[in-house]
Design a protein around this ligand. Structure first.
Ligand code: KG4
Ligand code: ZN
Length: 335
């Protein structure tokens, strides 16, 4: 069976993974998250430079972890988009260089398909049709997935403004909590009452797109509430109530999509899938709707190289045509 080298550089993680026949042999991850902390968000140029520095060491580390040699690699898969243009370009260029040097085929991978496909490494093959909710710092997308190696990824809906993770990060910032805000809000919210403040559920009106999302209004609602409150804000209650609004909106729409498209499986993936309330509510609502919920382990939920190798592995095993070396980065949301 072919050995696939996967490379992920769409945002601030430099990920390299080695997969053979649905099995993750080894991976390595470097993050420039600390370098972006003082800017409150990812700075594309800093991310790109960090990828450049980290890529070769991460390839070496992943090879060592997998106990294989570079010359054993049979195909290279690299994220082609969506993502930060300059960041994607670094990984894609490296992927091309490895493919040429090793004289093996190159595959350009849809980053969101990667977030879904990573679950194959943990829980086995995906059903012929499933819905994926990809919620991270960069994306909030509801996808309808068929055969990942043959069918295009269908976007049922995306956020029209901030991504869910971005909303977590921005709300954390206005509460004076550190970046990245998601894990901190998750932790702080444990001591709060999710019903303390009735924040809006954006994009859930009768005329709103069924599967669209919007989080910037929610963030503004939190900011207004904090401004209008005398004295220091009750951080735990604000965090818990905000988190409840996000979890409610995300899971309501995801389960509705499973019903409409007769998908018996919901994949919950991306950094925000690590959120305890999003997971808890998804479990509850999926159980009530007779939908199977699949959530990869937290370390595979965030950006990594294994997820890109997982798609490469599906493509190679399905006999898909490799990408030409002229393949360019596709930064926008739809590939
Ligand atoms: O998938 P990811 O590592 O990178 C991309 O953005 O593609 O996701 C990172 C995002 C950040 O916004 C972070 O705040 C959020 O995921 N996140 C969380 C949690 N852990 C990470 N958000 C809510 N609750 C969490 N436990
Ligand atoms: Zn991602």
């Amino acid at each position: 069976m072919p050995l696939i080298l996967g490379i992920e550089t769409s945002c601030d993680e430099t990920g390299v993974g080695l997969v053979r026949d649905g099995v993750l042999l080894g991976d390595a991850l470097a993050s420039s998250v600390a370098e972006h902390a003082r800017f409150g968000g990812v700075v594309p140029e800093i991310a790109a430079r960090a990828h450049l520095e980290a890529l070769t060491p991460m390839v070496d580390q992943a090879l060592a972890a997998a106990g294989v040699r570079l010359r054993d690699v049979d195909a290279v898969a690299a994220t082609a988009g969506p993502g930060l243009a300059t960041a994607v370009q670094v990984g894609l260029a490296a992927g091309k260089a490895y493919a040429v040097a090793l004289d093996v085929p190159l595959y350009g991978v849809h980053h969101l398909a990667g977030h879904a496909a990573v679950d194959v490494l943990e829980h086995g093959p995906l059903p012929p049709r499933c819905v994926a909710l990809v919620v991270s710092g960069g994306h909030t997308s509801l996808l309808l997935l068929g055969d990942l190696a043959r069918d295009p990824v269908v976007h049922l809906g995306d956020t029209v403004d901030d991504a869910a993770g971005e909303a977590f990060d921005k709300v954390a910032r206005l509460l004076g909590l550190p970046y990245p805000g998601g894990p901190v809000i998750d932790r702080v919210a444990r001591d709060g009452d999710p019903r303390a403040i009735a924040f809006p559920r954006p994009m859930t009106g009768p005329r709103d797109p069924a599967y669209g999302f919007s989080f910037s209004g929610l963030k503004t609602a939190v900011a207004r509430w904090v401004e209008g409150h005398d004295g220091p804000p009750p951080v735990a209650d604000v965090a818990a109530s905000f988190q409840e609004a996000v979890a409610d909106t995300l899971t309501r729409k995801a389960v509705a999509a499973c019903r409409e498209y007769a998908a018996d499986t919901l994949l919950l993936v991306g950094g925000v899938a690590a959120n305890s309330r999003v997971r808890g509510l998804a479990e509850e609502r999926c159980a009530a709707a007779g939908v199977r919920l699949r959530v990869p382990a937290p370390r595979l939920c965030t950006d990594n190289g294994a997820m890109i190798a997982a798609v490469g592995d599906l493509l190679v095993r399905a006999g898909a045509a490799p990408a030409p070396l002229t393949l360019g980065a596709r930064p926008s949301a739809v590939l």
